[in-house]
Design a protein around this ligand. Structure first.
Ligand code: MN
Length: 203
């Protein structure tokens, strides 16, 4: 699991090629996002924790132990972004999108009444996150919920289990969609959302 890794952290291999999500997310966007942004968070985190008590902690423990501590905002931001980005790559699949099936579909119907209501709530959260951040499907006390977080913040820091995420920082979509964040969000759900990954998270 991504969140049980320990230092020194490494940029984990992607679950698919950088051009695998084309034409929905270009290899150009993907390579910048992964090789520059994600890698920088990994490198910064390793430097920031080098001489601290966090150097032997798992990624998840570092996130939980630094959340809300203003003096450790740098460590928290980089650790959370390492986790969030790894989680985002797995939240997509070249053959993803459309509607989920099986256990996940049943749970969505149970907790949101319908897939349409779920989708509307998820898309609204992603579209209305002001500035940089993330929209999430999470498991909270056994119930599926939609949340949005600002900047690096992550549901892991708040005792919730992430199930699926979409990155709505501009660097995730601006080269391909410019200012049209809703078009990127629509494409994510129509073509990319990895429902199998989400379903595995229910266990
Ligand atoms: Mn990002």
């Amino acid at each position: 699991m991504i969140n049980q890794e320990k230092a020194p952290f490494t940029l984990k291999p992607l679950p698919y090629a950088e051009n695998a999500l084309e034409p929905h997310i270009s290899a150009h966007t993907f390579s910048f996002h992964y090789q520059k942004h994600h890698k920088a968070y990994v490198d910064n985190l390793n430097k920031l924790i080098e001489a601290t008590e966090h150097k032997d902690q798992s990624l998840e423990d570092i996130i939980k132990n630094t959340a809300g501590d203003a003096g450790k905002a740098g460590i928290f931001n980089n650790a959370a972004q390492v986790f969030n980005h790894s989680f985002y790559w797995h939240s997509m699949n070249p053959k993803g999108g459309g509607t989920p099936s099986g256990k996940l579909a049943e749970k969505i119907n149970e907790d949101f009444t319908s897939f349409e209501k779920f989708l509307e709530e998820f898309k609204t959260a992603a579209a209305t996150q002001f500035g940089s951040g993330w929209a999430w499907l999470v498991l909270d006390q056994g119930k599926l919920k939609i949340e949005k977080t600002s900047n690096a913040d992550t549901p892991l820091a708040h005792g919730k289990k992430p199930i699926l995420t979409i990155d709505v920082w501009e660097h995730a979509y601006y080269l391909d969609y410019q200012n049209k964040r809703p078009a990127y969000i629509d494409t994510f759900f129509e073509k990319l959302a990895n429902w199998e990954f989400a379903e595995r998270g229910l266990n």
